[in-house]
Ligand binder design. Structure first.
Ligand code: SF4
Ligand code: FE
Length: 490
C-alpha cells in the first residue's frame, strides 16, 4: 500500500509509461524537471493524510472495507463527506497553489458507483459489483486514478459515428471472450502522468448508432498501446533553467497530457459500461456536477495563496495602507469566499442515491462552476493591479546573480526598506505564475473550460431552474391565479 509521498514516487517508477515531450520520447518521467512538480503536488495528497492535524479531512472510513482510506478513493456516504471533500480541496490548494490532480478520479468513482448501480437495477447487469471490487483494490493500494472523459470530438456538428474519422471519440473496436479493445484519445488529461490507472468514460450522451462509444472501463496507466503527449504551459521551460525564483512556484505545478489509446486491451472484469447508450449522458452529467463542485474547493485554496501573495507584495512595496489597496484585497476575499460558499452549499444540499453514495446538488454545482468561470479572472485582475508592471518586466534570476548588473538590480528594484529585493522578486514571480504563467492553466483557463465550458453550465441551469414553477408562484402572488384554499375560507 502506498502511504507516503516517497512510496508514491517509488510506485510510479515501476510504471513504464510512453511519454512524449518536445518531440522526444522521455525515459524518466518521474524525475523530469518539467513533470516532477506535478508529482510533488499529488504527493501532498499522501503527505497530508499522514499529518494528524489533517487526517480527519484527508481520510474516511470506507463503506466497502470498513477501513480508513484516503478520501480521494472514497465513496461519499453522507453530506459531511461532501463538505469534507471541498474543505480538503481548499486545504490542498493552499498547500500547493496548483492543481493536485487527484480529484478527477475521485469524482469519477462517485459518479460511476451511482450509474452502474442504476444500470444493474434496470438491466440486471453486474457492473456495480465489478466496479466496487475494482474500487476496493484502488482503496487498498491507495492508487491515483485519472478519470478520462474528454474526447477530441472532431466536427462538433456530427455525432461520434458520423465523424469522418470514427476514432475522434474513443470507442470499442474489437472484443473477445477475455475483454475489449479500445481506440481513441482523451484530451486535457489532468494528472495523466501522475496516475497509476486510467478510468475511461464516455464524453457525451449517445444514440443507438453510437453504441460502440458507450464504454467505461479501467486500464493500467502503462497498458500496451497507450501513449502520452505532454501539454505545454505558459513559461513552462523556466523549469529547465535550473533556478528556483523565476518559475514562481518551484515545488509544485499541475499538468495536462493527451492520452492516445491504440487498440488497448481491457479485461471484462474492468469494464463498467459496454454499449449501454442510455446511461452515458447520466454518467457525464453526474461526473461533471461532482467536478464542478470540486472547483468550489481547489480554486479557493489557490485563491488564498494569491490573496496572501498580494497582501505581502503590497507590504513589500509600501502600499498596504492605501485605502484602495485594502478595499481591493477585500474584494478578492469576497469573491474567493463566495466560491467556497457555493462549494459548501452544493455539498450540504447533497442527496443519497440508490447505491447509498451521496450526490451533490446538481443546480448548485453548476452555479458554483459558472461563478468559477468568472471570479478567479477578476481576482487575478486585481492581483495584477496591485502587483504592478514589474511583475512582467522584471529581469531574469540570472541577471540578479550577475556580478555587474546584479547589485544594480538589487539597488533599483527594492521597495520598502523593511524587505529585501528578493522578497519582492519572489512574490511577484508567484503572482505571475498563478495569473499568467504555468499556474494560470489551472487557476484561470481550467476554471473556464475544466469540467465543461460555461455554456454547458448554462444549459444545465436552464434545465434545473424550475422556471415554470417560479412563474406560477409569481402569478399566484400577483393575484393572477385562483388560490383554492383561500376560496374555501371565504
Ligand atoms: Fe482537483 Fe481542482 Fe485539479 Fe480538478 S482542477 S483535479 S478539482 S485540483
Ligand atoms: Fe479539472
Amino acid at each position: 500500500m502506498i502511504r507516503t509521498q516517497e512510496d508514491y514516487l517509488e510506485s510510479l517508477r515501476g510504471i513504464r509509461k510512453r511519454v512524449f515531450m518536445f518531440g522526444e520520447e522521455i525515459d524518466d518521467y518521474v524525475d523530469h524537471p518539467m513533470i516532477r512538480p506535478s508529482l510533488n503536488a499529488v504527493g501532498m495528497t499522501y503527505q497530508l493524510a499522514n499529518d494528524p492535524e489533517h487526517t480527519e479531512l484527508m481520510t474516511a472510513e470506507s463503506n466497502l472495507t470498513g477501513r480508513r482510506v484516503n478520501r480521494f478513493t472514497h465513496l461519499h456516504q453522507n453530506t459531511q463527506d461532501l463538505v469534507n471533500k471541498v474543505k480538503m480541496q481548499r486545504l490542498l490548494g493552499q498547500c500547493t497553489a496548483c492543481c493536485f490532480q487527484r480529484c478527477v478520479g475521485m469524482d469519477s468513482f462517485n459518479a460511476l458507483d451511482v450509474i452502474t448501480y442504476q444500470m444493474d437495477l434496470d438491466l440486471g447487469t453486474e457492473y456495480n459489483q465489478r466496479f466496487r471490487k475494482y474500487l476496493a483494490h484502488v482503496q487498498e493500494e491507495n492508487l491515483v486514478v485519472d478519470g478520462a472523459m474528454t474526447d477530441p470530438k472532431g466536427d462538433r456538428r456530427l455525432s461520434p459515428s458520423q465523424q469522418a474519422d470514427p476514432d475522434l471519440y474513443l470507442r470499442i473496436v474489437d472484443e473477445n471472450e477475455d475483454g475489449l479493445f479500445i481506440r481513441g484519445a482523451k484530451l486535457h488529461q489532468t494528472g495523466a502522468l501522475s496516475a497509476h490507472e486510467i478510468l475511461v468514460m464516455p464524453t457525451r450522451s449517445l444514440r443507438e448508432e453510437d453504441r460502440d462509444y458507450a464504454v467505461a472501463c479501467a486500464v493500467p496507466a502503462d497498458a500496451e498501446g497507450i501513449v502520452y503527449v505532454y501539454g505545454r504551459q505558459a513559461s513552462d521551460t523556466r523549469k529547465l533553467e535550473g533556478g528556483k525564483i523565476d518559475v514562481g512556484n518551484y515545488q509544485f505545478g499541475g499538468h495536462e497530457a493527451m492520452i492516445i489509446f491504440q487498440d488497448v486491451f481491457v479485461p471484462w472484469e474492468w469494464v463498467f459500461m459496454c454499449r449501454e447508450i442510455h446511461y452515458a449522458g447520466g454518467l457525464v452529467e453526474l461526473f461533471a456536477a461532482h467536478h464542478r463542485a470540486s472547483y468550489g474547493g481547489c480554486k479557493v485554496g489557490v485563491g488564498d495563496v494569491l490573496i496572501g501573495a498580494v497582501q505581502a507584495v503590497a507590504k513589500a512595496q509600501g502600499t498596504e495602507k492605501a485605502s484602495h489597496i485594502k478595499d481591493k484585497i477585500v474584494e478578492m476575499v469576497h469573491l474567493n469566499e463566495t466560491l467556497f460558499a457555493c462549494g459548501l452549499a452544493t455539498s450540504y444540499e447533497g442527496v443519497r442515491a440508490q447505491s447509498g453514495t451521496y450526490m451533490i446538488d446538481y443546480l448548485l454545482a453548476n452555479i458554483t462552476k459558472l461563478n468559477v468561470t468568472r471570479f478567479p479572472y477578476e481576482i487575478a485582475r486585481i492581483a495584477q493591479d496591485i502587483a504592478g508592471g514589474l511583475m512582467v518586466t522584471m529581469p531574469s534570476e540570472q541577471d540578479f546573480n550577475h556580478p555587474e548588473v546584479g547589485p544594480l538590480l538589487e539597488k533599483y528594484l527594492v521597495g520598502s526598506e523593511d524587505f529585501t529585493t528578493e522578497h519582492r522578486q519572489r512574490l511577484l514571480r508567484l503572482i505571475e505564475n498563478i495569473t499568467l504563467g504555468a499556474g494560470g492553466v489551472g487557476y484561470l483557463v481550467e476554471s473556464l473550460h475544466g469540467a465543461g465550458s460555461p455554456m454547458a453550465q448554462r444549459i444545465m441551469i436552464t434545465r434545473l431552474a424550475e422556471l415554470d414553477a417560479k412563474e406560477e408562484n409569481a402569478l399566484k402572488i400577483a393575484g393572477l391565479l385562483e388560490e383554492p384554499s383561500a376560496q374555501a375560507g371565504d
